[in-house]
Structure formats: C-alpha cells, structure tokens
Design a binder for this molecule. Structure first.
Ligand code: G3P
Ligand code: MG
Length: 241
C-alpha cells in the first residue's frame, strides 16, 4: 500500500511548510500531498485554508494578499516554538524540495471556495517547466478544475476528491472525466474497490492516521492512504512485510 504524507509530514511538523516537506522527502514513502491557492498577484502558494488565520500569526484571505505580504508572517510558531520563523512556500519552492527525489506529488487545487481564475493553467505550466508530468496527480473538490486540467493537459493524472459517501462515484468520475477517486474512509469501505481498480481507476483514501483503519483499507484493496504520520505508518507497514 502506498503512503502519501498529507500536507507534508504534518503530524510532526507544521502543515504545508518546507520543514514538513523536507521531512517527507527524507522518508522512504511513495508520495506527498499538499494544497495550492493563488495570491492577489497571481502567485501559486501552498497552504490548506483560504485564510491564513489558523496556521500563521497573521489574518486575512490568501486571495486578498500579495506574495510579499503573505511572506511577512510566521507559519510555524502556531504548531510549536521549535518551528518559529517558518515561512509560507510557493508551489515552485515545494517542487524544488522533491526535484531530486522520486516521490509522487499530489497537488490539491483548493479552488473549491474561491475560483482562482487562471490557477489551473499556471499549475499545469509549472509542472511542465519542472518536468514533473509523470510524477504528479492533480486533485480537487472543485471537479470543474480537474475537468479543465484534462482539457488543457490530457496526459496529466487527475483525481476527484469526495467528502460525501456517494452511491455511484465510478460513473460520476468517468463523466468528469478523472483518473482516480480520492475518498474518505467510510466512502472507500462502501465501494467494491477491486471493481473500480479493474475499470482502470485508482482509489486513494484520506486522512488515515490509525493503523486499524490502514488495515481495513488494505484488506479492502485501496492503493494508497494520505496520512499526517507517514513515518509511523511506513515503519508499521514495513514491519509487517
Ligand atoms: O487530498 C486529500 C486531502 O488533503 C483532502 O482534504 O481538507 O485535508 O485538503 P484536505
Ligand atoms: Mg489536501
């Protein structure tokens, strides 16, 4: 089973920061996941929420601030004093961390609240410039955004994110179209995962921090989990093999 570090190694480091990504990059895991928004001046920035309030010492919406303004705040101290001074990374800065590793990279397009006009095109262009086309999967709860990815870059893998437990997600995903389903644990456990995989779609599950849940998903045939504790989960899996 593949392990993705969710928002970097976010259980032990402040989420979506270079510290969390450098920690993930050092681990023998399959991949990393993080969230992308766009600033007022059109820069691609890695942070989970649409506002900086929860994960920094500042306040306000990402879409209303320039990159320079966003860079003035601290994104580590809220997690622990040990990480005081941690900045907010751009998408390019995160790509650089993984440039010399073989980790797969799940870029979650956070346009599900604010639409961020032009973000899809910019992300696709940067993936191309950094020559990461074969190592990325672009996902979103904003299914229009991943439809757009396929329109402008059909060779890139995409995934539809679902919070809900849908009755028939497979036909829905076919229709978008997307290549993979990124689901919650209850949604995944209600699918016949082997059938979905036979039909050519990947099934990955978020956010799995308990080994009992990992075991249930492994038994059900899921290909991957997103976890805040990638080191712990990878040690657990390796010990069992
Ligand atoms: O991409 C999987 C997971 O990150 C989706 O939820 O809210 O943690 O971005 P969230
Ligand atoms: Mg995410």
């Amino acid at each position: 089973m593949d392990i993705y570090a969710h928002r970097g190694s976010s259980g032990t480091h402040p989420e979506n920061t270079l510290s969390a990504f450098k920690e993930a990059a050092r681990l023998p895991i399959y991949g990393v996941e993080f969230d992308v928004h766009m600033t007022k001046d059109g820069e691609l920035i890695v942070i989970h929420d649409e506002s900086i309030d929860r994960t920094s010492n500042g306040s306000g919406l990402v879409k209303d601030m320039t990159l320079e303004e966003l860079k003035t705040f601290d994104y580590g101290a809220w997690f622990s004093v040990e990480f005081e001074g941690e900045g907010i990374p751009t998408l390019q800065e995160v790509f650089v961390v993984f440039a010399q590793t073989s980790h797969h990279i799940n870029i979650e397009l956070k346009s599900d609240i604010f639409p961020y006009d032009g973000m899809v095109e910019k992300v696709v262009a940067l993936v191309g410039t950094m020559k990461l086309d074969k190592r990325v999967v672009l996902s979103s709860f904003d299914h229009g955004a991943i439809r757009k990815v396929k329109q402008i870059a059909p060779h890139l893998e995409t995934a539809a994110l679902f919070m809900e437990v849908l009755v028939d997600p497979l036909n829905y995903v076919r229709d978008i179209p997307a290549d993979a389903l990124h689901l919650t644990l209850p949604a995944a456990l209600r699918l016949t995962i082997s059938q979905v995989i036979t039909e050519g779609f990947a099934v990955r599950v978020f956010t799995v921090n308990r080994v009992e849940y990992l075991e249930a998903l492994k038994a059900a045939g899921a290909q991957a989990i997103f976890t805040d504790y990638p080191e712990k989960m990878s040690i657990y899996l390796n010990a069992k093999e």
